[in-house]
Ligand binder design. Structure first.
Ligand code: ADP
Ligand code: MG
Length: 262
């Protein structure tokens, strides 16, 4: 593991001069156990990953010898029919599950070498998540929702508010920061969720059917945000079954029966 390199902490959120300024996340939030962050090489690499469920005659090979490299700055859409292994792959990429065999490197870190605590730490530091159903807390404002991950990451209170405000401005919601989720449209709620997902400057933004609950107009709102984020250097991997969503990515891969079919 040759990774030691980090820039000094930048107080500017989302006005990077260079996309590389978005990359060093952990050192900015440096906690005693924070590890150096890789700023070179792929963001994520699955190497001959298989995932088996069950055993004996009933074994299901949900992933079968999958190799996938996600380069820095990539925007990758994962497509495939139901049951083809997309969610299983996302769970592994998201450090929510481990491969049965094979290797996963996230920002240079060999995930299989980590215990569960270190894995959770890596997940919080390197990954942002967007889900189909937004998963915002209903009783608090958009601003407070976006501030939450920074509390867990130990960002000082005075910095949290300003960064959250800027992130919401970034997704076009500067006027709605005090609104609760039920005072926002679906597209606006998903934009709050995107702001929350990127607030700790993740190396990789993972989105599982992010437009699955949206109509075509609000789908467009969210896709425009993803386009914009990717132009700013954020690496995105999303799962979708909608061709129009896949078409927006730089690269599309298809799963079939647990295998990557190009
Ligand atoms: P997709 O997200 O593409 O619909 P999944 O990754 O959810 O596909 O599932 C891939 C295969 O693994 C399917 O055959 C599914 O039934 C099986 N599978 C997924 N999760 C489990 C589990 N927890 N236990 C047993 N089988 C599972
Ligand atoms: Mg699925």
């Amino acid at each position: 593991m040759a990774l030691p390199h980090s820039r000094p902490a930048s107080r500017r959120w989302f006005a990077p001069r260079r996309s590389s300024e978005l990359l060093p996340t952990a050192m900015e939030l440096s906690s005693p156990e924070a590890k150096p962050v890789a700023v070179k090489g792929p963001v994520a690499e699955l190497l001959h990953v298989s995932k088996l469920y069950g055993s004996g005659d009933t074994v299901v090979r949900a992933l079968d010898d999958v190799c996938l490299t996600v380069e820095r700055g990539d925007y990758l859409a994962v497509m495939g029919t139901s049951g083809s292994g997309k969610s299983t792959a996302m769970n592994i990429l998201g450090c929510l599950d481990r491969p049965t065999s094979g290797y996963y490197r996230l920002n240079g870190v060999p995930v299989e070498s980590l215990d569960d605590d270190a894995l959770a730490d890596l997940r919080n530091r390197e990954l942002g998540f967007v889900f189909q159903q937004f998963h915002l807390l209903p009783q608090i404002s958009a601003l407070d929702n976006v501030m939450l991950p920074m509390i867990y990451a130990g960002v000082p209170p005075e910095e949290r508010r300003e960064r959250a405000r800027q992130a919401l401005e970034r997704v076009g919601l500067a006027q709605r920061i005090d609104n609760r989720p039920n005072q926002l449209s679906g597209g606006q709620q998903q934009r709050v969720a995107v702001a929350r997902a990127i607030i700790n400057r993740p190396a990789l933004l993972l989105a599982d059917e992010p437009t699955g609950a949206l109509d075509s107009r609000t789908t467009e709102e969210v896709l425009a945000i993803f386009d914009d984020l990717n132009r700013q250097g954020i690496t995105i991997l999303l799962v979708t079954h909608e061709q129009e969503v896949g078409d927006r990515a730089r690269r599309v891969v298809h799963f079939r029966d647990g295998r990557l079919a190009g």
